[in-house]
Ligand binder design. Sequence first.
Ligand code: 4AD
Ligand code: MG
Length: 465
Amino acid sequence: MDTIRRTKIVELIRNKDFGSKVAVKGWVRTSRGNKFVTFIHLNDGSTINNIQIVADVEKFGEDLLKQITTGAAIYATGTLVESQGKGQSCEIQAEQIKIYGLADPATYPLQKKGHSFEFLREIAHLRPRTNTFGAILRIRHHMAYAIHKYFNDRGFFYFHTPIITASDCEGAGSLFQATTLDPYNIPRTEAGTVDYSQDFFGKQTNLTVSGQLEGELGAMSLGAIYTFGPTFRAENSNTPRHLAEFWMIEPEVAFNDNNDNQDLAEDFLKYLIQYALDNCMDDIKFLNEMIDKDLIERLNFVVSNDFKRLTYTEAIKILEESGHKFEFPVFWGADLQSEHERYLVEQHFKRPVILTDYPIEIKSFYMKQNDDGKTVRAMDVLFPKIGEIIGGSEREEDYDKLMARVNQLGMNIDPIWWYTEIRKYGTAPHAGFGLGFERLILFVTGMANIRDVIPFPRTPKNAEF
Ligand code: 4AD
Ligand code: MG
């Protein structure tokens, strides 16, 4: 059979080069027809749109055509013509068809449409072939690209921080240990504790919860950096917004204060959402229709309105005076729950909110202390349907104040001596934040569960694929 160079379906539909001979390769979405003609809808992942292949039954024979069932991989050539049928702009009048791989209709799990997301999580090896997951994963790619573009265009350097570290940036104690010690034969010190000097790195290490501490070192030399990598948290939180392995983007900028940090966060988020609207509209339209009817409206709203900025203390007052019944109590000093965050965003201000100046007790050790002795220069960006999408702060750049806080918290200085020492040599104000990549994808896709915006989610008791 002659081989014509294969064109991706996204390009076929875009170029509409009617009359030309084309070749396509992909997976069959549906195949139906009558005694005379078979209509094959083919998808190759390059776009949400399928191309229709029209195959003459007499020419190809029933034996071949009946093997072309949902899920099969095929190659087809033919002439691209303007489509007569509704719903598509062009189709291929087939001249040659080759089957690469069959998909037995009796067992292929995606034989029918309309599976629940719960079921699809159990077949994560196949779910990218559905329209919904194809759309999500293409958007995920475009968002990753847009993140690099945003920072590159603004002179930030992509700074690679380690995945294995000895420090615990957030101090939440939710660490996955990284060790080569044999769990059946753990070496002990004389005192009976684990002898980590015999471990691979000669000390206790874990998977990183954040690249921030090392990122700050980058900012204090290159001026403006960002990290973009996987982070790991062994929190046992089975919520639709938490993963044990998630991707985080952490810009860090020398000489920025908490206001600059908020400006950067707002500009960054708006840029990313606008980028999605400009570059992913086929997929977003599909999700708007099938998943969330307000999606496009919400995305447009966020890019065209200012985020509301206020302090934690002001927010607590609003929540206390709201008369709303919350599951978790509201009082000054309480860590805000997602129900509180969403009340502020969705009911009260009806727009994204940036909360600043949180109580020192509920935030991490590195945050810059305010003069009131009670609050720190933190900022959280809260989004509709999501709650916290970004967390960040100005950093405590004063060596003595940082050490006082470290000691007050009884932290072990050994794993972070370098982090404190950088404050001794040319210290300067600096600030940064972390954007949870999957929370961004939740927002941009309108999906409700974070397990459905990453190809292979890691959650408690789930690392199958
Ligand atoms: O607020 P977090 O814990 O902040 C930090 O890690 C800082 N070191 C960031 C910085 O200042 N450079 O996490 C930042 C963001 C959250 O706002 C949230 O969007 C996301 O990361 N996030 C999670 N996403 C999915 N699953 C989890 N378990 C997450 N924990 C945090
Ligand atoms: Mg946070």
